[in-house]
Design a protein around this ligand. Structure first.
Ligand SMILES: [Ca+2]
Ligand SMILES: [Ca+2]
Ligand SMILES: [Ca+2]
Length: 300
């Protein structure tokens, strides 16, 4: 047993010594070949810079990667310049250098970069050159131009409507249908039905993407004539006070006439939510007085 154990110990120590020799001699380590970038050889020219997409504040670009020497070994960096005029080589150093350009990949691969922070509806001229470890730039380049798109109107948020009803404060939970027409047209940009909050206000639902701009706004609510305001400039955080809706259209046909009186008269002296115009719990001459006052009025 002891001789076996001694043989094992000897084998382990021989293995350890051989490993140490291999380690110290560098045999077995990954070979490393440092590429000697030549100062005299610039990165190849980048002449395939291409605009692939244009937004209101960004331009998406692609080009083929160049190397530190021509197309050999990845370059050190890219030097991209942007101007609002068609520039010449002599102007290069005076142009704004774009930050955030990608680390050069293997020569020949396609690089992709989004130039951001641009002004809408503006023409830009862009070029890119490879840079080697000596700071030598590609000798030549192509210039691309792109005009950013217009910004477009912002989508409004936190818009409130304050409907107004003849004879009563707007009660919490009262239902309103509000339609926003593109101003001066019959085109509805948005329409929704929602109930009033405890302050009698109706919020534009967050799911509606309404661009800021001019709208004609139609409001309707059961028993009240529809009312429209024209040319309202809707923006975020607006609180839009709507016109007073006359009461008495019990059958919701947007006119107050004998049909509404018929609907009221059959509820005379009763507690009927629809015919009780002023909400005092009884249908009587007070409710009739509202119909009488608004007789033959029509809504918008
Ligand atoms: Ca070089
Ligand atoms: Ca009616
Ligand atoms: Ca009443």
């Amino acid at each position: 047993m002891s001789s076996y154990g001694g043989k094992k110990a000897r084998n382990i120590s021989i293995f350890f010594i051989i490993s140490l020799i291999i380690f110290m001699s560098g045999i077995g380590a990954a070979p490393r070949f440092a590429y000697a970038d030549s100062a005299g050889i610039p990165p190849a020219n980048i002449v395939d810079l291409t605009v692939v997409n244009v937004g209101s504040s960004s331009v998406q670009l692609t080009w083929s990667a160049v190397g530190a020497d021509g197309y050999v070994e990845p370059a050190t960096a890219y030097d991209m310049r942007v101007a609002q005029y068609d520039f010449t080589m002599g102007a290069w150093n005076s142009l704004t250098r774009v930050t955030g350009t990608p680390m050069p990949g293997q020569p020949g691969i396609q690089e992709s970069f989004a130039l951001t922070g641009l002004t809408p509806s503006t023409m830009y001229y862009i070029a890119v050159r490879g840079v080697d470890s000596f700071g030598t730039l590609s000798a030549a380049y192509n210039i691309v131009s792109a005009t950013t798109t217009s910004a477009g109107p912002a989508i409004v948020t936190n818009v409130l409507f304050s409907p107004r009803l003849e004879s009563i404060m707007v009660p919490s939970g009262k239902s309103f249908t509000i339609s926003l027409y593109n101003a001066g047209t019959a085109t509805i940009a948005a329409t929704f039905t929602a109930t009033a909050d405890v302050n009698g206000r109706v919020a534009l639902p967050a799911v509606i993407s309404l661009p800021a701009g001019m709208y004609d706004i139609l409001v309707s609510s059961p028993r009240y004539l529809r009312k429209k305001i024209f040319g309202y400039n809707v923006s975020s955080h607006a609180n839009i006070v709507l016109p007073i809706q006359p009461v008495g259209d019990l059958n919701n046909d947007n006119i107050i006439n004998s049909l509404d009186w018929s609907a009221m008269s059959v509820k005379w002296f009763l507690n009927d939510a629809n015919a009780d115009v002023n909400g005092d719990g009884i249908v009587n001459s007070i409710d009739w007085s509202f119909l009488s006052k608004n007789w033959f009025q029509t809504g918008d």
